[in-house]
Design a protein around this ligand. Structure first.
Ligand code: ATP
Ligand code: MG
Length: 721
């Protein structure tokens, strides 16, 4: 079984695998340790990762990046229109409510949604990992930014499902780094060590304050700037040079998308040089209108240009520190990851804020992927790793709302169920008194804090088969609302509970008691009961404890029951044996039947996922066929050249002159065919042609070999005699 982690980055992604000896980063087909996050569409096939990168200019409009910024977003979202669009060369369109691209693929226009694009890309990562591990990959952990919302997280899971992956956990970027940090270190037994993780990548900037004790990490606070990363610095350089070239070369780079793209690539290179040198040159040959451009910039000039960005470095740091309730003095160390933390001025700002030196003990480019692979190993039943509990938090508060009923006029109609920074995973139990099926809706409580125009609505959950009690009174219904391991909200079940009075004598007939009790006081509970406000759904039960791993399954938090309160919660009927210290007349809640729950969320439905899955399978098979066809064509071509040469020389005396002429003619015909109508034939035709040639060729090769082998064999025979 595979144990794999993907750091799905905006510019590039990293794959790590857990093996018995530790975690390894997997190199791709061109031996790079990171793979460009790009998908490209051609007339015959798709090109993904490195192959897409080489097409980026020549296949400009059909090569798509920024996948992470598109996934889970709507086409109309103003962040997509105003910000992301400028980084994407392909045409953005609406794809069934989600943003997508319109590209030329197989000679026709095709629309693919962002989720599909991510699936294509992740499928490539899967293939790279499978090649390395030599087994099919199924279980993975994928990183996502801390700020990803329910719909964005669901979209990544859907993408994983489309390419047949079983994502055990979506792990927040900074949490992944923290796990990699914690698992290898000697951590304190009791007094926690507080470490700040800072990740500045290509498009975003995240901070997490994390507490470590032996065997456990707890994320205390996270903060982020979603529009702060390497690409912003590249853009500032682009603006600078574009302006300069208007004067200097009388060209407007911004009027030409390809020229702009090439300038941006050159600026990224230059920016990297500036991290290690006080100045750097910029040269682009024939950028447009046959003009070669060259220029030069100093690090100081660059730092002055990005001044307004540098001023933003402190904001997430201060926010995270404040939310964590800690002070700078409490911070043990600051660990940096992500490519843009290599910029000296950025490092300086972070260091100045904390008044401390920074640490680079983690691999800046690989820490997240390694953390994901570790998490996968922890969750995978087949892998033995040191137990390490990862207690994460949610970035946005979530509330649940419902319709009030006339029987309980004082009832609230909504409740903040998971406040900001609530633990992930976590289950809360809501209590309702109803006599009919009812719906609850989960929504983000602070829509203004969500990225762009992401809708606050998370899902509607219908609790079915609710009926009044035998005496036409309200039934008590408990609903389990869960923030699962992925940070996704789900309703994990609902059930009816009834109150019974238990004492020594009555123990035997709990059910009858229940009915009687419900009759008298339907929607309130006795003071004896430890539940806070039983008459309203505001009765939530929080679990501050991280869930214990029992049997990890995809999309599921293992051991949901562990989060349920031991005393407040009703006991299942089948455990209805005498309670330990039996006090007379104790009111008890008894769990009755489970109720069906129908969930409707913003994600794709099962049918759409299976359609996408089928389509992805077809496209993959078709890509494979194109590659196989090319391989067969090359094999035929090679054979023609090779055998023709040899038949004219070394094989010459092993073939009858008449046959030789026929064979050479056939080889020449095949060569002509290859450059003419055979240029673009099918795999089976190439295979057939090669077989036809070998019918002539193989006996010749055989005779030649025999004659070569004979003296050797004779010598051997002589030697042995
Ligand atoms: P994101 O985290 O936003 O999804 P990512 O994970 O793909 O993106 P990283 O690989 O962490 O991003 O970082 C890539 C960015 O870091 C690019 O903008 C790149 O130009 C920048 N970068 C890499 N090395 C250096 C360097 N030496 N100096 C400055 N910037 C650098
Ligand atoms: Mg990253």
């Amino acid at each position: 079984m595979s144990v794999v982690g993907f750091d799905f980055g905006n510019l590039q992604s990293v794959i790590a695998v857990a093996r018995n000896r530790g975690i390894d980063v997997v190199c791709n087909e061109v031996t790079n340790r990171a793979t460009p996050s790009l998908v490209s569409f051609g007339p015959k096939q798709r090109y993904i990762g490195e192959a897409a990168k080489t097409q980026e200019i020549s296949n400009f409009k059909n090569t798509v990046g920024s996948l992470k910024r598109l996934v889970g977003r709507a086409f109309q979202d103003r962040e997509i229109q105003e910000i992301e669009k400028q980084y994407i060369n392909a045409e953005l369109v609406d794809a069934n409510g989600q943003v997508g691209v319109k590209v030329k693929y197989l000679g026709e226009d095709h629309v693919f949604s962002a989720t599909q694009l991510v699936a294509m890309y992740i499928n490539k990562l899967k293939e790279t990992a499978s090649r390395e591990l030599r087994i099919p990959v199924s279980d993975v952990v994928i990183s996502v930014p801390d700020y990803f919302t329910d719909i964005q997280r669901r979209a990544i899971l859907e993408a994983a499902e489309i390419c047949g992956l079983n994502c055990l956990r979506l792990l927040n970027d900074t949490t992944a780094s923290a796990l990699g940090y914690g698992i290898t270190r000697d951590l304190p037994e009791s007094k926690p060590r507080h470490v700040v993780f800072v990740d500045i990548g290509h498009s975003d900037y995240s901070v997490a304050v994390v507490s470590f004790i032996k065997g456990q990490l707890t994320v205390k606070a996270t903060a982020y700037d979603r529009h702060f990363g390497g690409r912003n610095f590249d853009n500032i350089l682009v603006d600078h040079f574009a302006e300069q070239f208007k004067e200097k070369y009388k060209i407007d780079v911004k009027s030409n998308p390809k020229a702009l793209f090439r300038l941006r690539t050159a600026c990224e290179k230059l920016k990297k040089v500036l991290s290690a040198n006080p100045q750097a040159p910029l040269n682009v040959e024939s950028i447009m209108n046959d003009v070669d451009v060259s220029s030069f910039i100093t690090r100081q000039e660059f730092e002055d240009m990005i001044g307004s960005f540098l001023d933003r470095v402190e904001t997430p740091l201060a926010q995270a520190l404040k939310d964590s309730g800690l002070t700078k003095a409490d911070i043990h160390s600051i660990e940096l990851v992500g490519g843009s933390t290599r910029i000296p001025a950025v490092k300086e700002r972070i260091s100045n804020f904390f008044g401390k030196d920074l640490n680079f003990t983690l691999n800046q480019d690989e820490a997240i992927a390694r953390g994901c692979a570790l998490q996968c190993a922890i969750l995978s039943p087949v892998f033995k790793v040191r137990e390490f509990t990862v207690q994460d938090i949610t970035a946005y508060p979530i509330k649940v709302r419902w319709e009030k009923i006339p029987e309980i006029p004082e009832e609230e109609s909504e409740l903040l169920v998971f406040p900001k920074s609530n633990a992930i995973p976590s289950t809360k139990v809501l209590t309702f008194h109803r006599k009919q099926p009812f719906d609850i809706e989960a929504i983000y409580a602070e829509p203004e804090s969500l990225p762009g125009d992401i809708k606050p609505w998370i899902g509607r959950f219908s609790i079915k088969k609710v009926e009044s009690t035998a005496n036409k009174l309200l039934t008590m219904v408990k609903v389990k609302v869960k923030l699962n391991l992925h940070g996704i909200l789900s309703v994990d079940g609902a059930y009816v509970v009834e109150e019974v009075i238990k004492d020594e004598k009555e123990e035997a007939k709990p059910e009858q008691k229940t009915e009687k009790k419900s009759e008298t006081k339907p929607e309130t509970k006795s003071e004896n009961n430890s539940e806070a406000k039983p008459e309203t759904p505001s009765d939530t039960t929080n679990s501050q404890q991280p869930e214990q791993k029992t049997e990890p399954q995809a999309g599921e938090t293992p051991g949901g029951s562990t989060t349920e309160p031991k005393q407040d919660e009703p006991q299942p009927m089948d455990t209805d044996k005498p309670e330990e210290p039996v006090k007379p007349k104790k009111k008890k809640l008894v769990k009755k039947n489970d109720l069906p729950v129908v969930s409707c969320t913003a994600g794709l439905d099962k049918k759409a996922i299976s359609q996408y899955r089928e389509l992805e399978g077809q496209m993959l098979a078709s890509d494979k066929l194109v590659i196989d066809t090319e391989t067969q064509k090359n094999a035929l071509e090679e054979y023609v050249y090779d055998i023709r040469g040899k038949v004219e020389s070394s094989y010459s005396s092993f073939v009858d002159p008449a046959d030789k002429e026929k064979f050479i003619n056939l080889l020449n015909e095949t060569e002509d065919w290859l450059y003419d109508e055979g240029e673009d034939s099918t795999k089976s035709v190439y295979v057939q042609k090669l077989e036809d040639l070998k019918k002539y060729g193989s006996p010749i090769v055989e005779r030649y070999r025999e004659s070569e082998e004979r003296p050797k064999a004779e010598k051997q025979l002589r030697d042995t005699i």
